[in-house]
Write a new protein. Structure first.
Length: 109
């Protein structure tokens, strides 16, 4: 993934590496499913597609008795993830004035 990511980041590669390092530094050591990227196209938002995707992954987590972890890049989405059983475990400050991310953990059900 890094070669394509490096091309995409271009002159912002160092910032991307700093973000990656900041996330890695606080990533949980306990075995878990890492839901690194979830999203939907703007024209399909509100149709339940994101919830269906998330539910399918969480059903698998629960079936294997595995916790799940994600970072929310938007504070407004914290409540959304909380409805699925996630809890904020910490705020992650991105270096060089980057945005705040919220680490969220969900124990299996």
């Amino acid at each position: 993934m890094w070669p394509r990511l490096a091309v995409a980041l271009g002159s912002h590669l160092r910032a991307g590496i700093a973000v990656s390092a900041a996330l890695e530094a606080v990533h949980p050591a306990e075995p878990h499913w890492y839901l690194s990227t979830l999203g939907s196209a703007s024209h399909s938002r509100g149709g339940g597609f994101g919830a269906a995707l998330l539910r399918s992954r969480l059903d698998r987590c629960d079936a294997t008795h595995a916790p799940a972890y994600l970072e929310s890049s938007k504070e407004v989405n914290i409540g959304y993830y909380e409805r699925f059983g996630f809890e904020v475990t910490r705020e992650i400050a991105i270096p060089r004035g980057g945005p705040t991310l919220w680490a969220m953990w969900r124990n299996p059900r």
